[in-house]
Design a protein around this ligand. Structure first.
Ligand code: KG4
Ligand code: ZN
Length: 337
């Protein structure tokens, strides 16, 4: 089954053709990052406008690269929640019109479910149940993937998401938006033990809290500036990356142990972080767990991951009609269509 998938929840307009949930036939991502960089973050109105301008060309390119045409695809999948509402609406309306015009099924896909499904494209052998850590610009979740469309959230952030914390700390360090990858690059050059940063406490053991870590980085930089002291930016990046990686890894592994999972996966934009990938690979092997993580090309937002999840939503009968709407917020285990 070939699914044409569309993703437009934030600042990437993406389309892909995915076969049977596992094979990428084509994948096109048009990023708007250079424009949002000017403002230090995503400007929702600009994002929506750029999606409108790009979506037809990106979809045509995905079909062309797959050497197919819209008539030959079997269904249309689309990210409908969560995300920037104006941005989501562009993809949802485009996909609705396409599916209706072609007389093909329309499959709504939750963005975070899509991030998790990126792993199916890289590992043909990966099947639920397993536990997944999803760390992105908007979410930090420990999720039980009980089945392809059956999820339970074990823990989540009580304030900032992991990627948001990376981006805000990076901004304080003087890096451009989105700063996660700049922290990653600088970390390779710095001493990860030079500064001590806090690991904020949470009332529930598998929840996360990142705002205290972010504030500690900002305060450290302000205090140094006030005293006229030089900050070792590479060392601060390395200490931040190490601390964030330890918070995420330690809670995730403890949750997997408690819930009895021997298979674990990582997903979301922050899954691209080299420190987090290395630490999870090491700690999971020490615990005798099998560890899955998507290649870098599938960690950030893309439509291939939406096409992968769409296949399993379709098999489950999760098909929408023209009344499908976009939702800015939505739990991974809810449905609103
Ligand atoms: O999943 P994603 O592309 O978009 C959302 O759904 O939010 O995640 C984007 C986030 C940004 O915060 C970005 O800084 C972060 O992923 N990110 C990284 C790295 N690459 C991207 N964070 C840490 N290290 C990286 N190498
Ligand atoms: Zn995302």
């Amino acid at each position: 089954m070939d699914i044409l998938a569309i993703e437009s929840s934030c600042d990437e307009t993406a389309a892909a053709v995915v076969r049977d949930g596992r094979e990428i036939i084509s994948s096109v991502v048009a990023t708007q990052i250079e424009e949002h960089k000017l403002y230090g973050g995503v400007v929702p109105e600009i994002a929506s406008r750029r999606h409108c301008e790009s979506i037809c060309a990106v979809t045509a390119q995905a079909l062309e690269q797959a050497h197919t045409s819209a008539e030959n695809i079997d269904a249309v999948g689309v990210t409908f929640a969560p995300g920037l509402i104006g941005a989501l609406l562009v993809g949802v309306n485009y996909a609705k019109a396409l599916a209706w015009g072609l007389g093909k099924p329309l499959i709504p896909v939750h963005h975070i479910r899509g991030h998790i499904a990126a792993n199916y494209l890289a590992y043909p052998e990966l099947k639920p149940p397993y536990m997944c850590l999803v760390a992105s610009g908007g979410h930090s979740h420990i999720v039980e993937v009980r089945d392809y469309t059956d999820f339970a959230v074990i823990g989540k952030t009580t304030d900032d998401a992991a990627g948001e914390c990376f981006d805000k700390a990076a901004r304080a360090m003087g890096f451009p938006y989105p700063g996660g990858k700049y922290i990653d690059e600088a970390s390779a050059l710095g001493d990860p033990n030079k500064y001590t940063l806090p690991k904020p406490h949470t009332a529930r053991p598998y929840d996360f809290s990142f705002s205290g870590l972010k504030t500690a980085v900002i305060n450290l930089i302000h205090n140094a500036n006030q005293k006229g002291e030089e900050i070792d930016a590479n060392a601060l990046a390395a200490c931040f990356q190490k601390t964030a990686g330890e918070i995420l890894t330690d809670k995730f592994i403890a949750a997997a142990e408690e819930y009895g999972y021997r298979k674990i996966a990582l997903a979301g934009g922050v899954a691209a972080n080299s420190g987090l990938r290395a630490r999870l690979a090491l700690v999971s092997s020490e615990h005798g767990m099998e560890f899955f993580v998507p290649p870098l090309s599938l960690c950030g937002d893309n439509a291939a991951m939406i096409g992968a999840q769409a296949f399993y939503e379709y098999k489950r009968g999760n098909i929408a009609d023209e009344s499908l709407n976009a939702c800015a917020t939505m739990a991974i285990d809810a449905r609103c269509y």
